[in-house]
Design a protein around this ligand. Structure first.
Ligand code: ASP
Length: 352
């Protein structure tokens, strides 16, 4: 199933690019984001939940669009938008992240800048309110690209980034989803963490929806600012009931996040496949080396190669200033806008 961005936005992006080349001193801005992909089907989702997702996606998009319109740098836009999504318990990032099989929350995040291929990433960090900000600090204030675990947390402290008790990230529905998963795996259910609120009822439908959505809910943004700089970023809690310090694709530069030349990608899906295929860098490499257009490159990697391997998920991306997406699941939470264009917010595969 090929799911790509609407003709309306692509046409508008083409117009925007034409305008940009006619007026080379000021690049037109562009923005695309995702909030995860999976089996997300009409009829499975109640109206209130769908409205909440659309409002969250639209709110993050509006925040980024306003910043870009005002001339903010892409890195600030990506950080601010992902911070907002990290604070929203709907998404599997920051607050609302999934639990490990032993009842902890371990975040992964990364960011990459196109102009100089600078990148920063963190894996398996606990108690950092905004993992995306830590990834940015790694890029800007350390000589390294990826930090993990306790060392990354010490670096967060040195950088004065906000630390927060792990109970802040606790959500009942993610806890219940983990309980179901560890039971299915034949593992003991870990004790409820200290500081967690009293158990509250979770609708069976909501749990089933999360299972159908698979483990996803990762967030990602690619932004092109008026100066022509492009930045891609991704943030996640990983996969439900992950074990043994598992790290997915989201913090792996080239797999879950990539920005180089005029191509920027953020991915979501079963991370193991995205790492093995180097999905994000592979799409950009097809554009650069095989002279493919962005949509063809994305569709080849997602619809053909990822699907053939048995992987599921998708990407949002900017190529030459145009927002694109491609996913092989029945839905992906996503949104896009370009300078002078209307916002597009979509969830199901038959939209956008
Ligand atoms: N890609 C993420 C991971 O495997 C999961 C997701 O996209 O939701 O960690």
């Amino acid at each position: 199933m090929i799911r790509t961005i609407s003709t309306a936005i692509a046409t508008a992006a083409g117009l925007a690019l034409g305008a940009a080349s006619a007026c080379a001193e000021e690049t037109r801005w562009a923005l695309v984001l995702h909030g995860g992909a999976g089996v997300i089907e009409r009829g499975d989702m109640d109206e209130a939940t769908e409205a909440a997702y659309r409002s969250a996606l639209g709110g993050a998009l509006a925040l980024g669009a306003a910043m870009l319109e005002a001339g903010a740098p892409a890195i600030d836009v990506v950080e601010a938008m992902i911070q907002a999504l990290e604070d929203d318990a709907l998404f599997n990032a920051g607050r609302g992240a999934v639990f490990t099989s032993d009842g902890r929350i371990e975040h992964d995040a990364s960011v990459m800048r196109a102009s100089d291929l600078q990148a920063g990433a963190v894996a398996g960090v606990r108690g950092v309110r905004h993992p995306i900000s830590l990834a940015r600090a790694v890029m800007e204030d350390s000589p390294h690209v990826m930090l993990q675990g306790a060392g990354a947390e010490s670096f967060a402290d040195e950088q004065g980034l906000e630390r927060i008790d792990e109970s802040f990230f606790f959500t009942e529905r993610r806890w219940r989803a983990m309980e179901r998963q560890v039971e299915a795996m034949g593992l003991p259910v870990p004790p409820r963490p200290g500081g967690a609120p009293e158990p509250e009822p979770v609708r069976e439908g909501s749990l089933q929806q999360m299972e159908r959505e698979h483990r996803f809910g990762t967030v990602g943004v690619v932004a092109l600012d008026r100066s022509g700089e492009m930045v891609a970023g991704t943030s996640t809690g990983g996969t439900t009931a992950k074990r043994w310090g598992r790290v997915g694709d989201s913090p792996v530069i080239g797999a879950g996040t990539y920005a180089g030349g005029d191509c920027g990608v953020s991915a979501t899906g079963t991370g193991e496949y995205f790492i093995r295929l180097s999905v994000a860098a592979r799409i950009c490499a097809r554009i650069e080396l095989a002279s493919e257009d962005g949509q063809t490159a994305a569709d080849t990697v997602i619809q053909d190669e990822l699907t053939a391997m048995g992987g599921d998920g998708g990407v949002v991306m900017l190529h030459a200033g145009a927002p694109l997406w491609s996913f092989n699941t029945s839905g992906m939470y996503r949104a896009a806008q370009i300078a002078g264009g209307e916002p597009v917010v979509a969830i199901f595969d038959d939209e956008g």
